[in-house]
Design a protein around this ligand. Structure first.
Ligand SMILES: Cc1cc2nc3c(=O)[nH]c(=O)nc-3n(C[C@H](O)[C@H](O)[C@H](O)COP(=O)(O)OP(=O)(O)OC[C@H]3O[C@@H](n4cnc5c(N)ncnc54)[C@H](O)[C@@H]3O)c2cc1C
Length: 261
């Protein structure tokens, strides 16, 4: 591991000031530290943002739920407000990794990292989230750009994520038995104006499945999914699952999600 400077920011202004050159933000370190250790990434400075009080916490209104960037997965899973407003989001957080990862890893880190098999990006996409950063508000449809790639600019800090409160929603994951990352994860949300279906673990980046959204918009039932033909073209294929198997599991998980809505 190459050497780096460790700096702790007391507030967001200081964090932004320190994030220059080859510096990067450090939240839970659950993805960043392994990447540095494996020499997949190298930085001159790590800016610890976990001590910034304004970045943590959960706020609920009648229309939306806003979660601070450094709120941990365990805090989301244990939150009575989240469980009441969007139970599927608390369930998703409860199913991430293991207790150590859930107690260190943060929602902002997961969303900024945009791992192709991560759970939170699917929640953001299905729940029509707004990503609040130090510079702007980014609608989720413009946020996730590709594998480990987002619309965030250099030194731009995620401050919170605002989710639309759905009429009903559910997340169904077929997890990797070792890491719990999604081999296939399907997040379905019935919002006031539309039905959104987000798929993770299947391509290089989370995506919306229009075919499933269309059938569920005319008939919101598990049986309506039978008629959908999911092509495996472009899907991930690895030691865990072939592309065809992932295509099959999408329908199985989608039915499971609709049944639990
Ligand atoms: C063993 C293991 C199992 C896991 N299983 C799962 C799983 O089942 N499902 C799942 O979804 N994830 C899983 N993860 C990943 C985990 O959820 C991480 O917590 C998450 O990916 C990164 O969050 P973090 O707070 O640790 O971010 P860090 O590792 O600190 O940072 C990750 C990246 O995000 C950037 N960043 C962090 N915070 C911000 C911010 N506020 N604004 C801008 N950029 C920021 C950092 O600079 C870095 O580039 C697993 C990880 C491990 C080690």
């Amino acid at each position: 591991m190459r050497s780096f400077n460790f700096k702790s920011a007391r507030n967001t202004k200081e964090a932004r000031k320190l994030a220059i050159g080859r510096a990067t933000f450090l939240a839970g370190g659950m993805s960043l530290i392994p990447a540095i250790k494996l020499r997949l990434a190298a930085y001159s400075d790590l800016i610890n943002i976990k001590k910034i009080k304004s970045l943590s916490g959960i706020k609920i209104s009648s229309k939306s739920l806003r979660i601070g960037a450094t709120t941990t997965h365990a805090e989301v899973a244990d939150s009575k407000e989240v469980r009441k407003a969007i139970p599927s989001l608390a369930n998703l957080a409860e199913g991430i990794g293991d207790p150590q990862v859930r107690n260190r890893g943060t929602i902002g880190g997961s969303v900024a990292n945009n791992d192709p098999a991560a759970d939170y990006p699917s929640a953001c996409l299905a729940l029509n989230a707004i990503i609040h950063t130090s510079k702007r508000k980014i609608p989720v449809d413009k946020f996730f750009k590709g594998m480990f790639e987002t619309d965030l600019k250099k030194g731009e800090l995620i401050e919170s994520i605002e989710f639309e409160v759905p009429e009903k929603s559910a997340y169904a994951k077929f997890p990797n038995p070792a890491s719990r990352y999604a081999i296939v994860g399907i997040y379905i949300a019935k919002l006031k104006k539309e039905i959104r279906v987000a798929v993770t673990g299947v391509e290089s980046c989370v995506f919306r499945c229009k075919k499933l959204e269309d059938v569920l918009s005319s008939n919101f039932s598990p049986s309506s999914i039978d008629s959908v033909n999911i092509s495996s073209k472009g899907f991930n294929a690895d030691i865990h699952a072939s592309a065809d198997y992932r295509a099959h599991i999408i329908k199985v998980m989608a039915k499971k999600a609709v049944s639990s809505c």
